[in-house]
Write a protein that binds this ligand. Structure first.
Ligand code: ATP
Ligand code: MG
Length: 445
């Protein structure tokens, strides 16, 4: 029954029509149908068809195509510059290693293709004339806002362990609950995630962390997260015994994340990991618990866990430094801010301020007010930028050649003098003026 319509983009309609003109069936399927029914703009449009990959290729011989996963039946066709993934109806058969189907067999029935899909809300297909194919009540689950496995959850997770993480990722991103039986199986099967490639884990986990329901899901599924981030498991229930804190380390982290008002991945990763070093450096005296050195230890842990999850070097380096600096508040004064600007990009400084703001708000109420420097610093930074102030040797008014011309021998001494001059300029002791700086050097000799 077709009691509503999804407006398929012209390219998708073209592709479906083209396949059907050649005698095959074709539907929009999966995430794009789900998102359309939710009134959201889909990220991409996938098409499922009864045509075999070679037949699909023949239908689109006058289009640019990319063989993305031909052994799994997927061909990407560029229609008016829009890439469409067209996949043959598939049965996945038996699974090897909790991840890969032993063999993929192609099918002529859309039913087969829908029942291999992970969740009811992801297992709907839509045709511009025939309407919605919804064999597992996905539409009702969208209305109830819940994630439910297609078929028996435990079986589906044993076929492919990644689905465990996908379930909680979708619950976070869509802000859905998870149906009881599916939830039970997620907890029970969580160790299957240890067989999954780090890249796949990373991809799903990053989406989870940036989802609107992230805090709720991290709290409820900390045991699942702990399979690939055991460093965080160590934080769960770790009491701080400090007047500055009213939560254990994990709850503090979640409260900090709750305060975060951006879905920027780097900021959120930094908040998630800012106190990861705490359980390893707890000490206690008559004043209560202390975590001396949790910054450096957390920095090391962060670097190693991001490497393990195969984050790119840029992301790893930046998040690691945000964790390293999370505990150091910079006064909103030009001298100090310039030093900070030497170390971080302006964007990362704003991230650091957000990490520090969230961290502070998650302290015990009497200690939860963020220092005013956090709010004042961006204006100081902006005025430094506007003044075009010198922040590095690159813009220092004196160069090595100027010093050589003064008769200073090539070598270490030149570098030492330049960095001394830069220091003086950064601190405002000297202006960034060639004559003045050279005069200063001459006087000192
Ligand atoms: P997103 O908006 O994040 O892209 P999506 O639903 O499109 O969401 P994809 O990972 O692109 O998610 O997968 C496309 C579709 O393929 C899913 O909707 C689902 O039907 C199916 N699918 C993907 N991964 C799996 C899996 N591991 N097991 C079963 N079905 C899967
Ligand atoms: Mg998708």
């Amino acid at each position: 029954m077709k009691d509503f319509a999804i407006l398929l983009p012209a390219e998708v309609q073209t592709a479906i029509a083209r396949l059907e003109q050649h005698g095959f069936e074709a539907y929009a399927v999966g995430g794009c149908v789900r998102d359309s029914l939710l009134g959201k703009q889909p990220n991409d449009w996938d098409i499922t068809t009864s045509a075999r990959p070679s037949q699909t290729a023949a239908c689109f011989s006058d289009f640019r195509t990319v063989e993305t996963g031909i052994e799994h039946g997927t061909l990407t066709v560029l229609v008016n510059g829009t890439p469409l993934e067209i996949t043959t109806y598939r049965n996945d058969g038996e699974y090897l290693d909790n991840r890969h189907p032993k063999q993929v067999t192609f099918s002529h029935r859309i039913e087969d293709d829908l029942c291999r899909r992970d969740f009811t809300v992801n297992a709907m297909a839509y045709h511009p004339v025939r309407g919605l194919v919804d064999l597992f009540d996905g539409r009702a689950d969208l209305t109830r806002r819940r994630i439910v496995c297609v078929g028996d959850a435990t079986t589906r997770f044993h076929e492919d362990g990644l689905r465990i993480l996908r379930a909680i990722r979708f619950a976070s991103v869509l802000d859905f609950s998870i149906e009881e039986e599916t939830a039970r199986a997620i907890h029970a099967c969580r160790s299957l995630l240890s067989n999954i490639a780090a890249e796949r884990i990373r991809e799903e986990f990053c989406k989870l962390l940036c989802g609107v329901g992230a805090v709720r899901i991290l709290r409820e599924y900390a045991d699942v997260i702990g399979v690939f981030l055991p460093e965080l498991s160590a934080c769960v229930g770790f009491a701080q015994n400090s007047k500055y804190h009213c939560y254990d380390v994990w709850e503090h982290t979640l409260h900090a994340l709750e305060q975060c008002n951006t879905n920027d991945l780097l900021t959120r990763l930094s908040i998630l990991l800012h106190d990861v070093g705490k359980p390893l450096c707890y000490t206690e005296d008559e004043d209560g618990g202390h975590f001396k050195g949790h910054g450096p230890i957390g920095t090391e842990l962060t670097a190693s866990l991001l490497r393990r999850l195969r984050f790119d070097n840029g992301t790893s380096a930046r998040v690691t430094r945000l964790v390293e600096y999370h505990d150091r508040i910079t006064p909103a004064e030009p001298k100090a801010v310039k030093r900070l600007m030497q170390k971080f990009t302006d964007e990362d400084i704003l991230r650091l301020l957000e990490v520090q703001r969230c961290d502070r708000l998650a302290h015990a109420p009497a200690h939860a007010e963020p220092p005013s420097a956090l709010f004042d610093l961006p204006a100081v930074m902006q005025s430094i930028r506007e003044q075009g102030a010198c922040l590095s040797l690159k813009t220092l008014a004196v160069k090595g050649d100027d010093l050589l011309a003064l008769g200073i021998p090539a070598g270490k001494e030149i570098g030492a003098i330049l960095s001394e001059l830069l220091d003086a300029v950064l601190d405002g002791a000297l202006p960034n003026d060639r004559e003045v700086l050279l005069e200063h050097v001459k006087k000192g000799r």
